[in-house]
Design a protein. Structure first.
Length: 70
């Protein structure tokens, strides 16, 4: 199981997966927006997205949980 956390303060720009989706390592899960830059958040390992802890437009802080891949 991989818990994916925000590495910086940012807003959720776009979510590219849904709970239950199968992903491969390196797939883009969502895009963060910070200082007018889009930052992709990638799956660290292959698995199934079991939880999305954010919604489009949410503002996250460094360390906040974004998603869980099992």
């Amino acid at each position: 199981m991989a818990q994916i956390h925000a590495e910086m303060v940012a807003s959720i720009f776009e979510i590219q997966v849904a709970e239950g989706d199968r992903v491969e390592a390196g797939d883009t899960l969502l895009l963060l927006e910070s200082m007018k830059m889009e930052i992709p958040v990638l799956a660290e390992e292959a698995g199934t997205v079991s939880r999305l802890a954010v919604a489009k437009g949410d503002v996250v802080q460094e360390g906040d949980l974004l998603a869980v891949v099992e």
